[in-house]
Design a protein around this ligand. Sequence first.
Ligand code: BDR
Ligand code: CA
Length: 313
Amino acid sequence: AVPLVIDTDTAQDDCVALLVGLLDPAADLRAITMVAGNVGFDQQVRNAFMTLNVSGTGAGVPVYLGCRRPLVRPWVSAEDVHGDGSGGLAMDQGGLAPEAEHAVDALVRMAAESPGELSVVAIGPLTNIAAAVVKDPGFAANVKSLFIMGGSNNGRGNITAAAEFNFYVDPEAAKAVFAAGFDITVVPWDPLTLRQAVFGQERLDEIAALDTPLSRFFTRICAATLEFDRRVGIDGTTHPDSLTAAVLLHPELVLRASRYHVDVETAGELTRGYSAMSWGVHGLEPNARVVEEIDAEAFYALVRGVLAGETAP
Ligand code: BDR
Ligand code: CA
């Protein structure tokens, strides 16, 4: 199984990514680290514990609390999209509590304990990852691979015309991470997520019909984003974060990927957080692999399979 840490700003699809990390036999989830992003930090922590509890894995995976705001800017939330990130579920958190160690220290420590083994799936703003690079210049080399959900591959943004949320919230962190020397794979918002990782009504009905604790959890937490997505013309729920975890665990899901030089705009008036993905013609050395096409049916089957379980691996 693949040893990994998931760094998350836990709202809807982050919860689904956690379920994949917790329950897919291909994953050896060593820790969950939390970063400021989608919704209030403490609510994100509650959402993560609710997910751990419903997954039946209980205290098996440690949760570390990380940076509570971006590196240099005030925190921006996406509560208009996500509500509280859990569809108003005030579910049992199973008495779970976070570890005392800070998430950045935990990331640095775990990567140093087994250099070249641990992968990191970063599905929120990149603040914790950038802070880990600052804290330990050896961090990037100690991490086997970094899978990032963020940016847009010359496509649309979702928080502004130019920017995807995770890069918009902490563009300085994102810029620093792309310059740090990680082995990076990017799962972008547009076109990949929007064209290939949307669950339309038929799939949502199929998931609801599973009628397991996990499928009921999924349907409930996704309700708020589904309403938002439909309002903005997306025909179903979007799954960027669970897709990012899935492509690490199942490389065969990636049908096409290209290497780009990725950099992130920190200064633009209209383009803060824009991900410039340059291909060969600009003469810049590639620093990341960007996923362009996935086996969408196999990805859906993976998520549905996880939700079909009755909890507990
Ligand atoms: C990202 O922001 C959140 O909406 C999702 O969890 C994902 O990580 C997409 O822009
Ligand atoms: Ca996220």
